[in-house]
Design a protein around this ligand. Structure first.
Ligand SMILES: [Cu+2]
Length: 379
C-alpha cells in the first residue's frame, strides 16, 4: 500500500519543478541589472532614427506662436500698467535632468523633496531590508531541510510532531517583527495626515477632463489652466515628453502649503511622486493635505485615477520658487496678497443692518424676551 504513495523527493518531476523555480528566481533578480544596462543605447538610436521631417516639425512647432504658450510671460509683457515688480522676470524654470521626474531604467522610488517623502523613503528602504532578511532566512532554512533530510541521508524520518519552544518562537518572533514595523508605519501615516497650519498658503487643484486648473484662493482666486505640451514642444524646451505642461502650478518653496483638490467632472487624482504626494480629486468634495517642498525645483506628476480617454495626457508640473520670486509670479498673474495694501482703496464696508426683531414694535418682531421674574415686596 505504502508504495503507491507518490514519493515527491525522488520524482523527476520534483527536480524539474525545482529547476524551473530556481530559474525564475534568478531571472527576477537579474531583471533590474538588465534594465539599467539596456536603455543606455536605446534612446540614442530612437532619436537618430527619427525621420528628418519629424525633427523639422518639432522645430517649427517650437518656433510657431503656439496659443497655449506661456500666458504667464505674455501677461507680463502685455500689461505695462500693472507695474508689478519683477512681473516680467518670470521664465519657467529649467528642470534638472533626473530630478523630480522618472528616469529610464529606474528601479527605485524617485528622490524625495518633502519631509514626509524623506520619512516615507526611509521607511520603504527599511521595509525592503526586512523583507530581504526574512526571504533569505526562509530560503536558507528550506535549502538546509532539503539537503539535510533528503531520503538518501535520512532513510528513517523522525516522527516528532510538537516542539513547544519552537512553536512559541515562531509565533512570538513574527509578532515582534510586525510590532516593530507598525510603529514607524503609524508615525508616517500620522505625518501624512497632519493638518496644515493656519498660515499655510492655499492652492486648489481642480481636475477637468483632461487638464488641471490651479487656483489661488489666498491671492485673489485667479486660476491657471494647465495643458500638456505636444512632444515636440516639450523636447524643444528640454522637458520630459508627456510630462511637460504649458502653465505650471507655481508655488513657494520651504513654506507649508495647503493643497486642496477637487474635480469638475469625474474623479481624478493629483499625484507627484518626488513630493510623496497623492490625493484624490473628487467632484463635489474638497480634499486637503499639507505639503512642504524643501527645495526650489520642477517636480513632475500625473493624474493617477483612470478618468477617461485622455487620462494619460493630463500631467502635473509643480514649480517651487523662492518666496520673493513666487510673489512676483503671483503679481504677474494679477494676484494679490492679504499682507499688502490693495492697489485701489477698497470701499468701506456698509454697516450691518439691524435685524427686524431688534427694532421695538416692528411687524413680526415677536414678543420681547421675558425678563426673569424677581419677587419684589408689594408697595
Ligand atoms: Cu484625470
Amino acid at each position: 500500500m505504502s508504495t503507491a504513495i507518490f514519493d515527491f523527493t525522488r520524482s523527476r518531476l520534483a527536480r524539474l519543478l525545482a529547476a524551473v523555480v530556481l530559474a525564475l528566481v534568478l531571472a527576477v533578480m537579474a531583471r533590474p541589472l538588465l534594465a539599467q544596462a539596456a536603455p543606455a543605447t536605446a534612446p540614442v538610436a530612437a532619436t537618430t532614427a527619427a525621420p528628418e521631417s519629424a525633427r523639422e516639425a518639432a522645430s517649427t512647432a517650437a518656433a510657431a506662436p503656439a496659443p497655449a504658450e506661456l500666458p504667464a510671460a505674455s501677461v507680463a509683457e502685455g500689461s505695462t500698467d500693472a507695474a508689478a515688480p519683477g512681473a516680467s522676470s518670470y521664465t519657467p524654470m529649467k528642470p534638472t535632468p533626473g530630478v523630480g521626474m522618472p528616469v529610464a531604467g529606474g528601479i527605485d522610488v524617485q528622490e524625495q523633496f518633502s519631509p514626509t517623502g524623506r520619512q516615507a523613503y526611509g521607511f520603504h528602504i527599511g521595509m525592503f531590508w526586512v523583507m530581504v532578511a526574512i526571504s533569505v532566512f526562509v530560503l536558507v532554512l528550506l535549502l538546509y531541510v532539503m539537503w539535510r533530510f533528503r531520503a538518501k541521508a535520512n532513510p528513517v524520518p523522525s516522527r516528532t510532531t510538537h516542539h513547544v519552544g519552537l512553536e512559541v518562537a515562531w509565533t512570538l518572533v513574527p509578532v515582534l517583527i510586525l510590532v516593530a514595523i507598525a510603529i514607524p508605519s503609524i508615525s508616517l501615516l500620522q505625518q501624512q495626515y497632519r493638518t496644515p497650519p493656519a498660515d499655510a498658503i492655499t492652492i486648489k487643484a481642480t481636475g477637468y477632463q483632461w487638464y488641471w486648473g490651479y487656483s489661488y484662493p489666498d491671492n485673489g482666486e485667479f486660476e491657471v489652466i494647465s495643458n500638456m505640451l505636444p512632444d515636440a514642444e516639450a523636447d524643444a524646451r528640454g522637458e520630459p515628453r508627456q510630462l511637460a505642461v504649458d502653465n505650471r502650478m507655481v508655488v513657494p518653496a520651504g513654506v507649508p502649503l495647503r493643497i486642496q483638490t477637487t474635480a469638475a467632472d469625474v474623479i481624478h487624482a493629483f499625484a507627484v511622486p518626488s513630493l510623496w504626494f497623492k490625493i484624490d480629486a473628487v467632484p463635489g468634495r474638497l480634499n486637503e493635505r499639507l505639503l512642504t517642498i524643501e527645495k526650489p525645483g520642477v517636480y513632475y506628476g500625473q493624474c493617477s485615477e483612470l478618468c477617461g480617454a485622455r487620462h494619460g495626457y493630463m500631467p502635473i508640473v509643480v514649480e517651487a520658487l523662492p518666496m520673493d520670486q513666487w510673489r512676483a509670479w503671483v503679481r504677474a498673474q494679477g494676484g494679490t496678497f492679504a499682507d499688502e495694501a490693495a492697489p485701489a482703496a477698497a470701499p468701506a464696508a456698509a454697516p450691518l443692518q439691524d435685524p427686524e426683531s431688534a427694532v421695538p414694535n416692528a411687524a413680526g418682531a415677536g414678543a420681547p424676551p421675558v425678563a426673569p421674574v424677581t419677587p419684589t415686596p408689594a408697595a
